[in-house]
Design a protein around this ligand. Structure first.
Ligand code: NAD
Length: 253
């Protein structure tokens, strides 16, 4: 397959969680590959920063300030694309609490953002691709937490496990229309999420990864963005229903 398989010129991509971290890096890389990128997030300032980065590099970006749990707002933003080739449903939140201390409201909040927000994006993207007969690619964001079930990760891991199920089920349902659906389960990536979550855990994890992980470091947002580009592009034309694990060789929550 020629290297041009990574070329997204003339295609339109929609990225949720595009204001920071992995979502921002992915939006910028998809734009660098030639896509016109629709960036969605609830953080207006962060979105503006991402659009500036894309435009500075000669790309085209449009921003949508919205909450992914607002199905109607998300659907309207996605439909405004008219034609959609790539959906990257990346927005998510971290939550940690022991099983015995987990409250209903924690579970609802995390499932709403990390699962339902992804489900709404996938449903609307697939509808638009089917309506326009586009052989598109949908990429969801799971987590290494689905492999490890680490302490405190009941809500987060349950939502990400549901994302994996959604990915595999939808891949089976729309594959005959040429639409591919894949997920990414990153290990520990240095982003505002992990930095905000727990400084102590961050330092501990970075030390442990440098000593024990085969690749000897934690990940950077670009490490995941390249996985998003691969799955979004024709380079992965024969890949669907799969979970890609950019984790430096070790599954970490
Ligand atoms: P981040 O906090 O740095 O960025 C997440 C972005 O999502 C932010 O811009 C935030 O405003 C946006 N967002 C959150 N809730 C939203 C909502 N309800 N509506 C709209 N936008 C919303 O996080 P990140 O580390 O870049 O994580 C991105 C994705 O990758 C998440 O789904 C996360 O669970 C997953 N992930 C991250 C890691 C990691 O180590 N950083 C590992 C595995 C998986």
């Amino acid at each position: 397959m020629p290297l041009t398989a990574y070329d997204l010129t003339g295609r339109t991509a929609f990225v949720t969680g595009a204001a920071a971290g992995i979502g921002r890096a992915s939006a910028v890389l998809l734009a660098e590959a030639g896509a016109r990128v629709h960036c969605a997030d609830r953080d207006a300032d962060g979105l503006h920063g991402t659009a500036e980065l894309i435009e500075k590099r000669g790309g085209t970006a449009r921003t949508h300030v919205l909450d992914v749990t607002d199905r109607a707002a998300l659907a309207e933003a996605i439909r405004s694309c008219e034609r959609l080739d790539v959906m990257a449903a990346i927005a998510g939140i971290m939550h940690s609490s022991p099983v015995l201390e987990t409250r209903d409201e924690d579970l609802d909040r995390v499932l709403n953002v990390n699962f339902k927000g992804v489900l709404y994006a996938c449903q609307e993207a697939a509808r638009l691709m089917l309506a326009r007969d586009v052989r598109g690619s949908i990429v969801t964001m799971a987590s290494g937490a689905v492999d490890t079930g680490g302490p405190g990760l009941l809500c987060y891991g349950a939502a990400k496990a549901a994302v994996v199920q959604l990915t595999k089920t939808l891949a089976n349902e729309v594959g005959r229309h040429g639409i591919r659906v894949n997920s990414i389960a990153p290990g520990w990536i240095r982003t505002p999420m992990t930095e905000r979550h727990d400084q102590q855990a961050q330092a501990h994890t970075e030390g442990m990864m440098s000593r024990m992980a085969p690749l000897g470091r934690v990940g950077e947002p670009d490490d995941v963005a390249h996985a998003v580009l691969y799955l979004a592009s024709d380079a992965s034309a024969f890949t669907t229903g799969q979970i890609l694990r950019p984790n430096g060789g070790v599954a970490m929550p």
